[in-house]
Write a protein that binds this ligand. Structure first.
Ligand SMILES: Nc1ncnc2c1ncn2[C@@H]1O[C@H](COP(=O)(O)OP(=O)(O)OP(=O)(O)O)[C@@H](O)[C@H]1O
Ligand SMILES: [Mg+2]
Length: 206
């Protein structure tokens, strides 16, 4: 059994990660590639419990505790969902992964980035390809306004926080060009999808 490919989508709120993960999974399925869509924080029963504490809870966690909660959820998600699917030959499309912890907790909230980098190294798994969706904050804000719904703990933070997160994702993409592709996600949905499919087939050569 050939191990599946592990693809993550990253970027700030409103960048289009969820929209594009659906289109990518559907395109892979249409191509005859079995694909599982999942997301973080969450993606397995235990990790979803931690998601509730991180996104909905009223506790203002200290930066290291918040980082560790994200990694606890991630370890559970990898063990219960991601690894079994990859081992079965399924491609895994994951909406956010460890780059979000570096961007939000590290760049955004000031948690020690070397602490986060150590945890990334200890995790034992890295994506085969990471698609970093980049949009100006004004575009993201307009999309979030149109989408509506209640804001989570991170969405409620100020524009300086979101600017640091965006810069974090850009830095990550540029510092790891073998794994990451930085995409202009301000184009329309179909154009972004086409760019994603080009990146996927360029990387995996099918
Ligand atoms: N390229 C695009 N052009 C215009 N609107 C878009 C585009 N991509 C997504 N949208 C719309 O913007 C909104 C946010 O998109 P989506 O939910 O996919 O973003 P997200 O990155 O998953 O955000 P979050 O981090 O909050 O989950 C949705 O209403 C979606 O339909
Ligand atoms: Mg989403």
């Amino acid at each position: 059994m050939t191990r599946g490919r592990f693809i993550t989508l990253e970027g700030g709120e409103g960048a289009g990660k969820t929209t594009q993960s659906v289109l990518l999974a559907d395109a892979l399925t249409a191509h005859g590639v079995g694909a599982l869509r999942t997301r973080e924080p969450g993606g397995s029963p235990g990790a979803e419990v931690l998601r509730g504490l991180l996104l909905g809870g009223s506790i203002d966690w200290s930066p290291r505790a918040e980082t560790l909660l994200h990694f606890a959820a991630r370890a559970e998600h990898v063990a219960e969902t991601v690894d079994p699917a990859l081992a079965a030959g399924t491609w895994v499309i994951c909406d956010r992964f460890f780059d979000s912890t570096l961007a939000y907790q590290g760049y955004g909230q000031g948690a020690d980035r070397s602490f986060i980098a150590s945890l990334i190294g200890l995790l034992g798994i890295a994506p085969d390809l990471t698609l970093v969706l980049d949009v100006p904050e004004s575009v993201a804000a307009e999309r979030m306004r149109k989408r509506g719904g209640d804001a989570d703990r991170y969405e409620r933070l100020d524009s300086a926080f979101h600017a640091r997160v965006r810069q974090g994702f850009r830095d990550i993409a540029l510092s790891e060009p073998d794994r990451c592709v930085l995409l202009d996600a301000s184009a329309d949905i179909q154009a972004v999808h086409t760019a994603i499919m080009t990146a996927v087939w360029t990387r995996f050569g099918q």
